[in-house]
Design a protein around this ligand. Structure first.
Ligand SMILES: Cc1ncc(COP(=O)(O)O)c(C=O)c1O
Ligand SMILES: N[C@@H](CCOP(=O)(O)O)C(=O)O
Length: 482
């Protein structure tokens, strides 16, 4: 499989393959990598995949995107990654070893696709554990090292650090918004004392941190000299790994491949739902992709109006679903590439506007006129909605959900009429409640349970460097430590 950039210049005379873009992260023209075409899944393949374990399914799907790792090696990496030991925090009563069980709130109608059973209790572990093993494999094969620069609003950071800690040849420099993550999220990251992990808290929002990652990656000389890599969903490998659980969720929620499902996805950086969009493009029978935002409703605004208006940091709200406090959604560029007929010149022109701090308006375009073909429906949620949803789900179904998943459930209920009758809706459970205990206590008057292996982490000593959101300062910090 060859890869192209959304902005047209993938950076090599021959189009790069998977292992190159795994290490490369952002394309050299500032765009994002995508397969030159989406592999199509046949009915015979869907039938054959229905009974597979998660690791087997991951191998089957990823083989379509990764053709430069020998199949036996890729299979071993998938087998090593997707085990019951790694994804050990399965909800009581659900099948241990299922990796991503569906927990039905209303049998066959509304379910939670459990994606947060990994080591850091958020859906990021689903892809990040694989990335850790892929990096280790590819770096060893090439005899190289990598310095990962990432940005987090709370969950990518800990997932990346848990996946990379102790990995030979890998250092992680992770930027987080100073003071804006939950105490549990801070403790997960800042309490790590491993020599290859560096936490930097920037005095700004997640978008400032993400801008620094892009600025450093776009300094080609610095990137090459210091072997800078990426673990955010700008890295195609993250999105590719996330495609797998849409297939797994589909098989769990249906009895035959003649049926359809709808997915509702709490969204911020558009990485998770982008994987759903690609699964649908590959031929998975997805009736609707329901996108849920919090008060930072840039994406909801686009799907309703055709106007993409990223907000400035000062306009970005600090909310009780803080991991979605994002106003400039990186992966949205991948979707717009498909929306405008995969024309990189159009994407480059649109992102010239975004990069200059302006909006773009597709509302009167022929492309936006066909947006319904992509199956998106959207909605937004507020703090009051979140509390009411957490309460209702707990009282009605006896299930405690986190604040981000609550945004999803709220929007899934609200947009139910747009899902064809009889089609089950799976809300992606993107984190476990203990990560956002203060809001759970506000909603329910009780503390969420916590896994024994994460007991007392807030009391551990923490190690973090506080810094202004300044790409040059971050570069200096990296150079001094490698
Ligand atoms: C718990 C949680 N839910 C939802 C999201 C949104 O996912 P995405 O950024 O892929 O849209 C994030 C972070 O991105 C998250 O950490
Ligand atoms: N919500 C994320 C933000 C980064 O998203 P990513 O999927 O692009 O890595 C976080 O929790 O850090």
């Amino acid at each position: 499989m060859k890869y192209i950039s959304t902005r047209g210049h993938a950076g090599q005379s021959a189009k790069p393959e998977f292992c190159d873009i795994l290490l490369g992260g952002l394309a050299p023209d500032g765009g994002l990598y995508l397969p030159e075409s989406y592999p199509q899944v046949t009915r015979a393949e869907l039938d054959a995949w229905r009974g597979l374990s998660y690791a087997e399914l991951a191998f089957a799907i990823l083989s379509k995107f990764i053709t430069d790792i020998p199949p036996a090696d890729l299979k071993a990496i998938c087998d090593k990654t997707y085990t019951a030991e790694v994804y050990r925090h399965v909800r009581e009563g659900d099948e241990a070893g299922d990796i991503t069980p569906v927990h039905w709130l209303e049998q066959g109608r509304l379910g939670l696709l459990e994606l947060s059973n990994g080591p850091t209790l958020a859906f990021k572990d689903m892809a990040m554990q694989l990335l850790g093993n892929l990096f280790e494999y590819v770096l060893a094969r090439r005899g190289e090292t990598i310095n990962i620069l990432g940005a987090t609003s709370g969950d990518t950071g800990s997932a990346a650090e848990y996946a990379m800690r102790g990995k030979h040849g890998v250092r992680v420099f992770m930027l987080s918004p100073h003071g804006l993550m939950s105490p549990f999220q801070r403790a997960q990251m800042y309490s790590l004392q491993d020599d290859n992990i560096f936490n930097i808290a920037v005095t700004g929002m997640f978008d400032d941190a993400q801008d620094i990652v892009k600025a450093v990656s776009n300094d080609h000389a610095f990137k090459a000299a210091n072997k800078i890599g990426a673990v955010n969903s700008i890295n195609w490998a993250r999105v590719a790994a996330q495609i797998v659980y849409y297939f797994k969720g589909y098989f769990a929620a249906t009895k035959s491949n003649d049926e359809q499902v709808a997915f509702c996805v709490p969204s911020g950086n558009f990485g998770n739902i982008c994987a759903g969009h690609i699964a649908r493009q590959m031929g998975l029978p997805v009736a609707k992709l329901i996108l849920a935002t919090n008060e930072n409703d840039v994406l909801d605004e686009f799907f309703r109006s055709g106007v993409y208006r990223p907000r400035k940091a000062a306009e970005t709200r600090v909310t009780s679903s803080p991991s979605m406090d994002i106003s400039k959604a990186s992966n949205f560029e991948r979707f717009v590439f498909d929306l405008v007929g995969r024309d990189p010149r159009k994407v480059a022109a649109l992102w010239a506007e975004v990069d200059a701090g302006r909006a773009f308006d597709l509302s009167t375009s022929s492309e936006f006129a066909r947006i319904a073909d992509f199956g998106f429906v959207s909605g937004a949620s507020s703090h009051a909605d979140r509390l009411a949803t957490i309460r209702k789900v707990f009282e009605q179904y006896g299930v405690m959900i986190d604040t981000h998943t609550a945004d999803g459930v709220k929007v899934a209920w609200e947009r139910a009429a747009e899902v064809p009758a009889g089609v089950p809706v799976l809300v992606l459970e993107t984190a476990l409640p203990v990560k956002f205990a203060d809001t759970i206590v506000e909603a329910l008057g009780r503390e969420p349970g916590r896994p024994a292996d994460l007991e007392g982490i807030e009391k551990l000593p923490q190690r973090v460097e506080v810094m202004a959101p300044d790409a040059e300062a971050v570069k200096r910090f990296i150079v001094e430590r490698i």
